[in-house]
Design a protein around this ligand. Structure first.
Ligand code: PMV
Length: 347
């Protein structure tokens, strides 16, 4: 039996991806840019196994629960493409074991709530693609692998890199240039921290897939947003390279608000923020106003949870404001070592 285990962290977008121009290939209506969080906190860990003796058909467990792998579903497509790449290597080198022909058993774990607007699909699909790439010893680069991860879940393509990552929308019809690229490596800006405020870990009401589709079909504001984003991509990339937190924070908050405005402009409207989220926005805005500079920048994905970026020196100030909303803090438990332990017996 051959086995590989890989972890991939969550990424949080500062310039949001919202809208597909091709739903099958998952080609976005705009480029996006994110920060990949450290491995030690929010991450997905995936173990993939291939064995000749496994019963026919691929099987997958997510957080211990078996999910169906549909051949033409998003997971199935990722597996198929990676298998094809393995097959190419086997054809080149006849001595390689024929892993491409063997059934797979895959187990994946998130050490945080799934589908609560904490980008679990991003880390999950990235870990899956990375673990299969390791299992198959593929020569492809992370950018090439991002073409596959993108087809599993758009934002997953960005989790194949650490640090600051851009997903270029690309212009080719076949999606061959819609890939992730590093803007700055992990460790480029060590003073920058992300504070994750879990307002609710309930599953979100409107999935990103159906939300995006509705927005593309009904929002006129989206057309305006699409004109603004390219400039923001340039500006925030420069701010990251220059370690300019003022500019970084300004653009991050603006883009989060622009994304949620577009959701509100969707018909029927989509509400991802709740009253606690809005109070966090108001408090951070007030903190920045009273400090005379941007000391913290909030951003919200498709859910009510806040991610707050701040420089290390300002963390105590930010925590002072935020603990108002989260008076008790439980230790973040991390019970999952490797996902392999969770594979049912015999796999
Ligand atoms: O990749 P998806 O389908 O989970 O969409 C993610 C969308 C946002 O998280 C709201 C924005 C982003 O760029 O991550």
């Amino acid at each position: 039996m051959y086995e590989a285990t890989v972890s991939a962290p969550v990424n949080i977008a500062c310039i949001k991806y919202w809208g597909k121009r091709n739903t099958k290939l998952i080609l976005p209506t705009n480029s996006s840019l994110s920060v990949t969080l450290d491995q030690d906190h929010l991450r997905s860990t995936t173990t993939s196994r291939a064995d000749e003796s496994f019963e026919k058909g691929d099987r997958l467990w997510l957080n211990g629960k078996e999910e169906t792998v549909k051949e033409d579903g998003r997971l199935g497509v990722c597996i198929k493409e990676l298998r094809n790449w393995r097959k190419v290597e086997e054809d080149k080198d006849g001595s390689l074991p024929k892993l491409s022909k063997w059934p797979l058993r895959i187990a994946s774990y998130n050490n945080f709530p799934t589908a609560a607007g904490l980008a679990s699909s991003a880390s999950g699909l990235a870990a899956l693609v990375a673990s299969l790439s390791k299992l198959y010893s593929l020569p492809q680069t992370p950018s090439q692998l991002s073409l596959i991860a993108r087809q599993g879940s758009g934002s997953a393509c960005r989790s194949l890199f650490g640090g600051f990552v851009a997903w270029r929308e690309g212009s080719n019809e076949d999606g061959s240039d819609s890939l992730a690229e590093e803007v700055a490596p992990q460790g480029h800006w060590p003073e920058m921290h992300a504070l994750i405020c879990v307002v609710s870990d309930a599953k979100k009401g409107t999935s990103s897939t159906s939300g995006m589709q509705r927005t593309v079909e009904t929002s006129t504001l989206l057309q305006h947003r699409l004109k603004i984003v390219p400039g923001r991509m340039e500006e925030i990339s420069k701010a990251i390279k220059d370690r300019d937190f003022q500019k970084f924070g300004e653009i991050t908050m603006k883009d989060s608000n622009s994304f949620h405005s577009v959701c509100l402009d969707t018909s029927p409207p989509i509400f991802y923020l709740n009253d606690v989220s809005k109070s966090i926005i108001a408090s951070i805005e007030e903190l920045n106003r009273s400090s005379g500079e941007i000391v913290a920048a909030y951003t919200f994905d498709a859910g009510p949870n806040a991610v707050i970026y701040a420089l290390e020196k300002n963390i105590p100030k930010v925590l002072g404001v935020i603990t108002k909303f989260f008076p008790t803090s439980e230790e973040n438990s991390d019970p999952f070592g490797t996902a392999a332990e969770a594979l049912p017996e015999g796999y």
